[in-house]
Design a protein around this ligand. Sequence first.
Ligand code: DON
Length: 319
Amino acid sequence: APAPAPVSTGHLPGPDVVNSLLETAHARFAPVTDGAVADYIPALACASPSLFGLCVVDVDGSVYRAGDTGHEFSIQSVAKPFVFALVAQVIGVDEARRQLGVNNSGLAFNSVLAIELNADRTANPMVNAGAIATTSLVPGSDAAARWAFIHEGLSRFAGHSLALDEEVYASESATNLRNRGIAQLLDGYGRMYSDPVEATDLYTRTCSLLITVEDLAVMSATLADGGVNPVTGEQVVDPLVCKRTLAVLATAGLYERSGEWLYDVGLPAKSGVSGAIMTVAPGKGGLATFSPPLDEAGNSVRGRLAAQFLSDALGLNIF
Ligand code: DON
């Protein structure tokens, strides 16, 4: 087999190299026991800490897997870039920047202080404040139409209709007082663009959509492929929307750890509290990892280690 590419080559290495490096990453990081499963959403607390899946999808549609790739989990914050892309596709990338902001808040994903400290309030579409504001921009004549826009849009990124985890949705709906407060505060600052209660509910429902690590790698590869899903061939969003979405991910996809992530991994990415991380190698493909134990910023510990290893070994780092 050819040696792994040590620097960016413009394409992924061949199938044997990708398969063997995924197996190596799985074997190397499965024994890591650092981090803790999120428990502030009660339904997430029962996730098995030993689950660990990795998947790469090439922009030509080839799929490579290691570990628990068939396990379903709620998408959580990894939905944020896709909802942003779908909304930016409708309102335009400049209007999206004006109404939502694109700078890192420097604070935790659910920070209320960030709303007070940042003059544009919403910070960016990857933190909860900016994501709920993004949801408030979703087009549709009523809540059902707006939900259909989100559900159908995310399903197009994945290539099939996504199911909802009713238990996670009910669990988070019963405990999301903080997100409801964030939405009200933004409304007070004129940075919510429809009813804050409805937008928070739609946001919570979005976070509860079920995916596998393989679904997420397809979604990631769609962002790598200028908005074309490489498995279905569908153009989901325009290349410009994709480019701007990846810029926001580089800036804020790993929250206040985004600088360290870019320093180590050199790729735009998005994490979520169920333990998923999607990493995008523009023009090449998408990597997705799933492992529930998180660090203090809410990012999967094994996912970060695997993304750093694979970015180097597969020659993906954009720098
Ligand atoms: O709103 C929340 O708190 C969750 N539904 C999503 C947060 C999340 O995934 C942050 N990621 N690390």
